[in-house]
Design a protein around this ligand. Structure first.
Ligand SMILES: Nc1ncnc2c1ncn2[C@@H]1O[C@H](COP(=O)(O)OP(=O)(O)O)[C@@H](O)[C@H]1O
Ligand SMILES: [Mg+2]
Length: 237
């Protein structure tokens, strides 16, 4: 039994510039391990800013961000990069796929930055290539003609599946999805989220799913709005 939270924020404050109002002041926010949580907030309210703090891409002006029991803001820059590669799978709003790599190469990429994710991906004796294919299969993206295609030739829905397989490979403990459904129609959104749940269940990963779309909220066991946890007075956007 692990008692540490997946994410635990204590008295976090963040502003983009000293002379601008704070974007975030979060006295307390916790996500349990294995939880699937939906975080909703209006556009410009600070959702992506919060995710960057959780992933250790940005640092708070004060307060602490604990991820899997590690206070990520007290780790140095390269340590944070390693920690993120090992433990966090990120699905970005614009997917951030590498245009000159194929579908399979994009999915396998995190395992080239993280030895532990490579070990987990290949633990059952299968190759990285086969594990990437297996994940793509689950996401209905493993047609032979797709695997080696440049990602620039994919539809938005297909790109999203590649980005998701890339976040899932090597079973990182935390999956963070930043508005990954905004480019999809509503039917595909729900199908996609259910697939994501299945994959997170299979590995026991914690899912932090961020969106401005209230319609998706009911699919999740817990939902929170940024406004509920953030007490910073919002400046003019
Ligand atoms: N790199 C940046 N530099 C300065 N301000 C930023 C930067 N990124 C975001 N902001 C500002 O921070 C606020 C929150 O933005 P963001 O976290 O992207 O919102 P959301 O993801 O909820 O749409 C906005 O006012 C935005 O203009
Ligand atoms: Mg955003």
């Amino acid at each position: 039994m692990q008692k540490t939270c997946a994410i635990k924020i204590t008295d976090l404050r963040f502003g983009w510039r000293k002379n601008l109002p704070e974007v975030l002041h979060i006295p307390e926010f916790e996500v349990d391990r294995g939880e699937r949580i939906f975080l909703r907030g209006a556009s410009g309210s600070g959702k992506s800013t919060l995710l960057a703090l959780i992933a250790g891409v940005s640092l708070p002006s004060s307060g602490d961000v604990e991820v899997l029991g590690n206070t990520i803001n007290r780790i140095n820059g390269s340590g944070r990069d390693h920690f993120r590669s090992d433990h966090i799978g990120f699905v970005f709003q614009m997917f951030n796929l590498i245009p000159y790599l194929s579908v399979l190469e994009n999915v396998a990429l995190p395992c080239h930055f993280s030895r532990s994710r490579k070990q987990k991906a290949t633990a059952s004796g299968i190759s990285l290539h086969d594990e990437a294919t297996r994940l793509l299969q689950h996401l209905d993206m493993a047609h032979a003609d797709l695997l080696h295609r440049p990602v620039t030739e994919l539809s938005v829905g297909q790109q999203q599946r590649v980005a998701t397989a890339r976040a899932l490979i090597g079973a990182p403990e935390i999956i963070i999805a930043d508005e990954p459904t905004s480019a999809l129609d509503s039917e595909m959104r729900e199908t996609f989220i259910r697939l994501l749940f299945q994959e997170c269940d299979a590995t026991g990963s914690t899912l932090l799913f961020v969106s401005h779309d209230k319609q998706l909220e009911s699919l999740f066991e817990r939902h929170v709005t940024l406004e509920e946890i953030n007490t910073a007075r919002q400046g003019v956007n």
